[in-house]
Design a binder for this molecule. Structure first.
Ligand code: KG4
Ligand code: ZN
Length: 347
C-alpha cells in the first residue's frame, strides 16, 4: 500500500481539529478554538467546549478537505481522539468520526491524544529514531515516555504527581491577574524579567525525593510558593515585579523539566529527546533543553509551535502509524475514555 491517507479528528479539550495526512506528509490542519469563550472563567468550561465542538466540527472538516484538495472517497482511514480528555467534548469528535467512517465505509481508529503529541513530530522531521525519550508537557499532562514504537510500545517512566506543567502556568498567570491560557503570556513577559530574581522551589529534586520520584514531577508546591511570595509583597504594600516573577517561575519549571529529562535519557541510554504538548511551545523550555542536551551529546526534536498545541494533524499522524503497523481498527461501538493511559495507543 502507498502512504495511507488519513483524516484525524481532535476534540478532547477546547480545540476542534481536523487534520489530513498522507503518511508523514501534512496536507491540511484546520483548528477552531473555543478559548475565547473560556477566558472569563480562567479555564475550560466542559459544557461550553462541547457545544463549540458541535458547531465547529463540520465546517472544520469541509475546510480541511478543501485545503488538502482530496476527495473523501480516497481516504484510507479515520482516526479520532478517544481519550484522555473531557468526556462530553470527546464524544462530539467520536460521534462525528463514526458517522463519517460509516458513510465512507472506511476503518476507524480511536486513538490516544497523548500519543498524538509525540507522533505529530513525524510530520515535521520524519521517522523518529527508536528507542527515544519523549517529554510530554501539556495543560493536563506532564510525562516522560520511553518510546520504542509509536504504534505499539510506549511506556511511562514518570509523570507529575499533582499539577501538570501547563496547569501551573495557567494557575500562576491567574494569580498574577493575567489572562487565560497563561503559558504564552508568561513566556512573553518572562523575556523582560530576571530569572534569578527569586529562587522558587524545584519540586521533587531533593535527595530523599529522588529516591522515590526520580522521574516524577510536582508543580503544586511551586505554584503555592509563587502565591505566598506575591501575597507577602502585597501585605508589605510593595509593587509586584510581574516580569521577574514570570521569569523566576518559568526558570523553576524549565530547570526541573530539563534536568529530569536529561537524567532519564542517560538512564535509558537513548540519543534522541522529543519535546511535545502545548508547553513545548515555550521558548525557555526549548532553549534550556537544547543547551543541556547538547552538553550531554543528545539530540532534541520538537514540532513547530503550531503543531505543539492540540490539533487534528497529530491524531491523523497516529492514525497513519497504526495503519502502517497493520493494527486492526477499533470496534464501531467504542466510547470515549477520559482517563486513557498513555501506554494504550488505541482505545
Ligand atoms: O497540549 P495543549 O494544547 O492542551 C492539552 O492537551 O492540555 O496544552 C495547553 C497548555 C496550556 O496550559 C497553555 O498554557 C500551555 O499549554 N502553553 C504554554 C505555552 N503555549 C501553550 N505554556 C508555556 N509556554 C508557552 N509558550
Ligand atoms: Zn494536548
Amino acid at each position: 500500500m502507498s502512504e495511507p491517507l488519513v483524516i484525524g479528528i481532535e476534540s478532547s479539550c477546547d480545540e476542534t481539529g481536523v487534520g489530513i495526512v498522507r503518511g508523514h506528509e501534512l496536507l491540511a490542519n484546520e483548528v477552531a478554538s473555543s478559548v475565547e469563550s473560556h477566558v472569563r472563567f480562567g479555564g475550560v468550561v466542559p459544557e461550553v467546549a462541547s457545544r463549540a465542538h458541535l458547531s465547529a466540527m463540520v465546517p472544520a472538516l469541509e475546510r480541511a478537505t478543501a485545503t488538502a484538495g482530496i476527495d473523501l472517497a480516497e481516504v484510507d482511514a479515520i482516526a479520532v481522539t478517544a481519550g484522555p480528555g473531557l468526556m462530553g467534548a470527546l464524544l462530539v469528535g467520536i460521534s462525528s468520526a463514526k458517522a463519517l467512517a460509516t458513510h465512507l465505509d472506511t476503518p476507524l481508529y480511536g486513538v490516544n491524544h497523548l500519543v498524538g503529541h509525540v507522533a505529530v513530530d513525524l510530520l515535521d522531521h520524519g521517522p523518529l529514531p527508536m528507542p527515544s525519550l519523549a517529554l510530554l508537557v501539556s495543560g493536563g499532562h506532564t510525562s516522560l515516555l520511553h518510546v520504542r514504537d509509536i504504534a505499539t510500545d510506549i511506556t511511562e517512566l514518570g509523570a507529575t504527581i499533582d499539577d501538570a506543567a501547563g496547569e501551573a502556568y495557567d494557575k500562576v498567570a491567574r494569580l498574577l491577574g493575567l489572562s487565560y491560557p497563561g503559558g504564552p503570556i508568561i513566556d512573553k513577559l518572562a523575556a523582560d524579567g530576571d530569572p534569578t530574581a527569586i529562587r522558587f522551589p524545584r519540586g521533587l529534586t531533593a535527595r530523599h525525593d529522588l529516591e522515590r520520584h526520580r522521574f516524577d514531577f510536582s508543580f503544586s508546591g511551586l505554584k503555592t510558593a509563587v502565591a505566598r511570595w506575591v501575597e507577602t509583597r502585597q501585605l508589605e504594600g510593595k509593587d509586584i515585579p510581574v516580569a521577574d516573577v514570570c521569569a523566576s517561575f518559568q526558570e523553576a519549571v524549565c530547570d526541573v523539566l530539563t534536568a529530569k529529562t536529561i537524567d532519564a535519557a542517560e538512564y535509558l541510554g537513548v540519543d534522541t529527546i522529543l519535546l511535545g504538548g502545548g508547553v513545548a511551545a515555550n521558548s525557555r523550555l526549548r532553549g534550556l533543553l537544547e543547551e543541556r542536551a547538547s552538553a550531554a551529546g543528545l539530540e532534541v526534536r520538537r514540532p513547530r509551535p503550531a503543531l505543539c498545541t492540540d490539533n487534528g494533524a497529530m491524531i491523523a499522524a497516529v492514525g497513519a502509524e497504526v495503519v502502517r503497523a497493520g493494527l486492526p481498527p477499533s470496534p464501531l461501538d467504542f466510547s470515549a475514555d477520559s482517563g486513557l493511559p498513555v501506554s494504550r495507543v488505541l482505545v
